[in-house]
Design a protein. Structure first.
Length: 291
């Protein structure tokens, strides 16, 4: 990794709901490669990628940033999933694997609206004791995320945390709450935009569904970014010209701005969109968050 990042201008703030799971041991990377939907073997120590864990039917259980800290040590940063439930479920697949899986209750995630001090793209910076930095820059505002001891500086700031969630959605990073677990395939969530899954590596749960959809060109739905004059409920129906077009998978509000990610047909008529009887508009997703 690069040298430890130093504090930068502005104030870091806590990111509620972000939790860390650690996989360690001789077989940690092998276990992660077999379970998660991206290619862990392609990561060098000190790099990270977007990834996820799927059901055998190819439905997303949890999205995550997967950090390969060392050959035998991996962190999973989960923005919304219940870490205890994920750990319990993962342990069912350990069998004889020399891997330890624990929730790191001593670690928290902190956001910062500034360019990273040392992290660049998929390359991490820093150390556990001082904070591991991730480059969250995309085509929007500069952002850095730091995983650090829970007692590290980073005040609760609901306004900034809400802005962060909004920016995640603007870049096509779905924030999946409990009601959306096991609802969507990676292609329905347009996760190819984040390079979050692999169709070339070996088997993992759901791999056959993901690969078949990719190679046969059968993905018919993906994400649409919706701006609304009102807050949007997850699970709400997106309508077009009075017909149901799609379903809201994630939503966020910051001040008087309300955004949502809808899973909708890739081929659709323009205009005439509404949610709960209110006219809404589709806006372009931002790029640049792929890792």
């Amino acid at each position: 990794m690069h040298d430890n990042p130093q504090p930068s201008s502005g104030q870091a703030f806590a990111l509620p709901g972000h939790r860390v799971i650690e996989l360690s041991g001789r077989d940690a990377a092998t276990f992660a490669q077999a379970q998660f939907m991206n290619d862990v073997n392609a990561l060098a120590p000190g790099q990270w990628q977007w990834s996820g864990w799927l059901t055998p039917k190819g439905r997303v259980i949890a999205l995550m940033a997967l950090l390969r800290l060392a050959d035998e040590r991996i962190w999973l940063l989960l923005p919304d999933a219940d870490p205890e439930s994920v750990v319990t479920a993962l342990k069912r697949f350990l069998f004889r694997s020399k891997t330890t899986i624990v929730v790191r209750d001593d670690l928290r995630a902190f956001g910062h609206y500034a360019a990273p001090q040392a992290a660049v793209g998929a390359t991490l910076a820093g150390e556990e004791t001082t904070g591991v930095e991730l480059d969250y820059r995309g085509d929007g505002d500069a952002r850095a995320l730091r995983i650090a001891p829970a007692q590290a500086a980073g005040a609760e700031d609901p306004v900034q945390a809400a802005r962060w969630a909004l920016d995640d959605l603007r870049h096509g990073l779905p924030r999946l709450g409990p009601s959306q677990i096991e609802q969507w395939t990676p292609q329905q969530l347009s996760l190819e935009r984040l390079r979050a899954f692999s169709v070339k590596k070996g088997c993992y749960p759901g791999q056959e569904i993901v690969a078949r959809t990719h190679f046969l060109g059968k993905a018919k739905r993906g994400l649409a970014l919706i701006e609304s004059p009102h807050s949007v409920a997850v699970g709400a129906e997106l309508r077009s010209h009075d017909a149901v077009l799609g379903t809201i998978a994630a939503s966020a509000s910051a001040g008087d701005r309300h955004l949502a990610l809808a899973v909708a047909p890739l081929e659709r008529a323009e205009g005439g969109l509404s949610l709960d009887g209110h006219a809404v508009a589709e806006i372009a997703l931002l790029d640049g968050l792929a890792r």
